[in-house]
Design a protein around this ligand. Structure first.
Ligand code: ZN
Ligand code: MN
Length: 130
């Protein structure tokens, strides 16, 4: 394993920010000035194939990665694109007539909204306008 791959894995360990490849690249720039964005992309692709990270498609702006492969759901802020983990089992039932022979192996619920920090900013902006 290359030191760069080790650094990426260390950065991802316990990281709940759901970073994109460019977020990871920027975070490790100082420590690894020679590391290219392509290296980060390739490493993330490998880690994804190994099942160590999950690729998230809920942010339309960029591909985000989740280093927690345990099944869970997400809250996403439509303003700042923050993604927060939700560990709740939702009793989502699909009748066999609807699934038509599919064996269901999981689900993923995305909640969209405006996070506490963005809501606070919103309040302040409204107050200054008055
Ligand atoms: Zn926000
Ligand atoms: Mn997550």
């Amino acid at each position: 394993m290359t030191p760069q791959r080790m650094a990426i894995m260390k950065y991802l360990d316990g990281n709940t920010s759901h970073p994109s490849a460019s977020d990871i690249y920027e975070a490790l720039q100082e420590q690894f000035p020679t590391m290219s964005l392509a290296t980060v992309y390739n490493t993330m692709e490998t880690l994804k194939q190994q099942g160590s990270v999950v690729e998230l498609s809920i942010d339309a702006g960029k591909k985000r990665f989740d280093p927690n492969p345990k099944p869970h759901h997400h809250l996403i802020c439509v303003r700042c694109r923050k993604i927060v983990d939700i560990f709740v089992d939702f009793p989502l039932e699909l009748s066999p007539e609807r699934t038509g022979g599919f064996e269901i192996i999981g689900n993923h619920v995305d909640f969209y909204g405006i996070c506490g920090i963005c809501r606070e900013k919103q309040v302040k902006t409204t107050q200054t306008k008055q």
